[in-house]
Each structure stands twice: as structure tokens, then as C-alpha cells.
Design a protein around this ligand. Structure first.
Ligand code: FES
Length: 232
């Protein structure tokens, strides 16, 4: 498939995903390089469907490269779309996915340990005005304590992170089966692969760390993906 056709396909998929929420997704074709479509599967090879996702359980999957980790989670709240992202999937817009690479210094879930995680339980932090906040359902990076809001496009709630997490565009077919179809917003994939490529190659057991995600990608519970989760 040539590049133009693939671009067009991805744009159509993204527009379709956005259309499920009757949310506009402005400039997708201008901001998104040709990302693969990767259907999400559980380790036992059953497809991931909207109905199969329980609130509060976070999963890790690789996208848009085979070595770039993302979070998939059904939030306990609705995640309506906005100008820069299409919002969550399902009728309550609660199913979201984000790159799990912290926009500060690229802390990420690795197999031995993760300093960044989705937190179903309340987390306390100080917002930009210095006010103490306690919120559940956030993504927290304990490296230098950045906190992100997955119900609001991965926006930064606290800490040194300069920009939101890159959002992963999801699509659900008529049976509710989920696919990852794109990445939205500022991302650090290239810098990430450059910095951690050697370790990623060993950790994932592949030689080409820049290989795009396959047409199927496996989701694993975040608590199983990393042997140790650092919470703060
Ligand atoms: S790497 Fe996440 S806060 Fe610094």
C-alpha cells in the first residue's frame, strides 16, 4: 500500500473513531504521520472489546512501534473530546489510551520496573498554582512527580512535564473490537528509541526497535508488564 493511500486510510479510521462520539477531530490528516492499524488482543489471543474492559484496570501495549509502551484504561469517568483529541470510546467515552512515555524525561514502563502508572486510587499533588489536590484516575510519574489527566487528553496537572502525554487514537468496530489507529499530539518516539534503543532491543528480543507495531498488538495488565511499580 502506498504512503498516500495508507495516510488516507488512517485518516478515515480516525475520523470514524471520532465520529462515534460525534466529536470533531480537527487537522488529523495534517498532524498524523501514517500510523499502522493494530488490533488489540489479550495474551490468550481473544480480541479486546469495549465490553471486556473493567473500570480502573490499566493495560500496557506497544504502539505505534513494537517497543513504545502505551496505557489502555477504562476510566471511572467520561473523557469528552476537545479540539486536540477525539475523547474516549464507548457510549460513556471512558475508554482511553495514551503513550506511557512521560513527556518530561521519558520515564516509562519497563519490564523490571515502572515509575509511571495509572492510579485508580487517590493521588495527592500540587497543581500549577501551588494548591494541594487529591484526585483519583490520574496517570502519575514518580520520577519527578508529573501528574497527567487521562480524562482530559492527558493534560498536565502537576510537575515538570512540559506537554500532555501523546494520545493514542482508538477505533472500535461494529462488534466493539478495539484497534489502535494513530497517535495524536506531541510525542517523543524518536528520542525515546534513540535513547533507550539498545536496552529495548534486549528487553523486547528484537533487532529493529523502529519496527512499527504489527497488525495485532497484545495488551498486558500494567501490574504484570512491570515486575515492580513505583508509587508515590
Ligand atoms: S520523567 Fe516523569 S516526571 Fe520526570
Amino acid at each position: 500500500m502506498d504512503r498516500r493511500r495508507f495516510n488516507s486510510l488512517c485518516t478515515g479510521l480516525l475520523a470514524g473513531a471520532a465520529g462515534l462520539h460525534t466529536q470533531s477531530f480537527a487537522n488529523a490528516s495534517e498532524t498524523s504521520p501514517p500510523y499502522p492499524e493494530s488490533k488489540l488482543f489479550y495474551p490468550d489471543n481473544t480480541p479486546v472489546t469495549l465490553d471486556s474492559l473493567d473500570s480502573g484496570k490499566a493495560y500496557v501495549f506497544s504502539y505505534p512501534y513494537r517497543t513504545t509502551p502505551c496505557f489502555l484504561v477504562r476510566l471511572g469517568a467520561s473523557a469528552p473530546g476537545g479540539q486536540s483529541w477525539p475523547g474516549g470510546l464507548d457510549t460513556d467515552q471512558s475508554v482511553v489510551a495514551f503513550s506511557a512515555i512521560c513527556s518530561h524525561k521519558m520515564s516509562h514502563p519497563a519490564k523490571p520496573i515502572s515509575h509511571i502508572s495509572y492510579r485508580e486510587s487517590p493521588v495527592t499533588f500540587y497543581d500549577a498554582s501551588g494548591t494541594k489536590q487529591t484526585r483519583q484516575g490520574v496517570i502519575s510519574c514518580c520520577s519527578e512527580r508529573s501528574v497527567y489527566d487521562p480524562a482530559n487528553g492527558g493534560a498536565v496537572l502537576s510537575g515538570p512535564a512540559p506537554v500532555p502525554l501523546a494520545a493514542i487514537a482508538l477505533h472500535s468496530d461494529s462488534s466493539g473490537r478495539l484497534s489502535a489507529v494513530g497517535s495524536i499530539g506531541p510525542d517523543q518516539y524518536e528520542q525515546f528509541l534513540e535513547k533507550f534503543g539498545f536496552r529495548l532491543a534486549m528487553e523486547y528480543g528484537i533487532t529493529d526497535v523502529r519496527a512499527r507495531a504489527a497488525d495485532k498488538t497484545e495488551i498486558v495488565l500494567a501490574t504484570d508488564f512491570s515486575h515492580q511499580q513505583v508509587l508515590c
